[in-house]
Write a protein that binds this ligand. Structure first.
Ligand SMILES: Nc1nc2c(ncn2[C@@H]2O[C@H](COP(=O)(O)OP(=O)(O)OP(=O)(O)O)[C@@H](O)[C@H]2O)c(=O)[nH]1
Ligand SMILES: [Zn+2]
Length: 363
């Protein structure tokens, strides 16, 4: 019997470390690297990294590299060589596009083309799942395990970590209780918890939907600004309430409230995206400039929760064809798409048009 953390738990620990600015040691086949999230590294740790010698690089995604005009020899990522005088400000300027327009020339940036980028790829995936900017300082280590032991750092085997992240985490029901709501007095809130220490997700069941027929369902991604604050920049709040209202009126339905804020990039990054939108970029361009894909959500979560609740088929309230595809490919039949068009304002008209033009949303 062992109390040692398994790979999922090590991943959770590594994410927490990176969020606090603590380095993590990644090990591969015969190689190892010290990694630090660009967003959280501080002056003392940067100085310590410098003292180690070697050739640290800043790994960024190909999306970010494109904006910075840096050559991405590794396909989906680039390894930018750290100039000897590069300090925290240089790292921040590369990782965070906030001042791109004010300081457009950040280079010339030299990028590595020799050697493997496998550990860098895992490092970037880790920062994404930690909801940080996808940019990481990476320094090759000769003795990864020993270094981790000496400095009391989390030691993470890269390949199992990557497989575990790709597989997604299992979710387990924690509790369910009655919740009378304005939309329906017959509400019930279920909480689901992933094994990997990430955000919990919720299912709001209305009435007692028949498990043998397609259920009226909505997969709602958390939007603190829209759902709670009534932001006019998106249509999330009105969609949330319209979906609950329709389920209440029909007497049955299930709304999944998935804590995938900002299409899976987290609220801090979404606010960075909003700030770029104020500079004139649209919702998709803003994500790309930050180094993210348009949509970083894991749609398997919704399918997994529906299955656990006993649903196999849905009438899906959505305008997003990707949600339909993802449901179908993860074992939930979409018997019908129910359009959900509410809440258009002068502030979100361009946002909705961009989603239709670039993300395939149905008008
Ligand atoms: N990154 C980013 N996320 C945004 C922006 N505006 C809204 N969001 C997020 O987008 C998500 C909207 O999710 P959903 O309501 O599921 O919308 P959808 O994928 O357009 O699909 P349907 O509403 O079902 O048609 C929420 O997580 C919001 O926080 C933005 O400008 N940038
Ligand atoms: Zn929103």
């Amino acid at each position: 019997m062992s109390f040692a953390p398994d790979i999922t738990e090590l991943l959770a620990r590594a994410r927490a470390d990176l969020r606090m600015g603590v380095p993590v040691v990644l090990t591969g086949e015969g190689n190892a690297a010290l990694i630090l999230a660009a967003e959280t590294v501080d002056a003392a740790r940067l100085a310590a990294l410098r003292e180690m010698g070697g050739k640290p690089v800043l790994a960024i995604t190909a999306r970010r590299a494109e904006t910075l005009k840096a050559r991405a020899y590794d396909g989906d990522l680039a390894r930018v060589l750290l100039p000897s005088d590069a300090g925290l400000a240089w790292i921040e300027a590369l990782a965070d596009p906030a001042d791109d327009l004010r300081v457009p020339m950040k280079g010339p940036l030299a990028t590595a083309r020799e050697g493997s980028a496998a550990l860098h790829r895992v490092a970037l995936q880790l920062t994404k799942t930690a909801r940080l900017l996808p940019a990481c300082l990476v320094l090759d280590l000769a003795q990864g395990a020993r270094f981790a032991r000496e400095h009391d750092l989390t030691l993470l085997p890269a390949e199992p970590a990557q497989k575990t992240m790709a597989a997604g985490s299992e979710l387990h029901p924690v509790v369910a209780a009655r919740l009378p709501m304005a939309a329906s007095e017959a509400g019930r809130l279920h909480v689901f918890r992933p094994e990997d220490g990430a955000e919990e997700h919720y299912a709001i069941e209305i009435g007692r939907p028949d498990r043998n027929a397609p259920v009226l369902a909505r997969l709602h991604s958390a939007c603190f600004t829209g759902d709670v604050l009534g932001s006019l920049k998106c249509d999330c709040g009105p969609q949330l309430h319209a979906a609950l209202g329709q389920m209440g009126a029909e007497g049955a339905g299930v709304l999944l409230y998935l804590n995938q804020e900002g299409r899976g990039i987290g609220l801090a990054n979404k606010m960075r995206a909003y700030s770029l939108q104020d500079q004139g970029f649209d919702t998709v361009e803003a994500n790309h400039r930050l180094g993210f894909e348009d949509d970083e959500r894991d749609f398997r979560i919704g399918a997994s929760i529906l299955k656990q609740m006993g649903f196999a088929s849905v009438r899906l309230l959505t305008n997003n064809p990707r949600k339909i595809e993802m449901m179908e490919s993860h074992g939930i039949a979409v018997a019908e798409r129910v359009p959900l068009k509410v809440g258009e304002t002068a502030f979100n008209r361009a946002y909705l048009a961009t989603k239709a033009a670039k993300s395939g949303h149905l008008l």
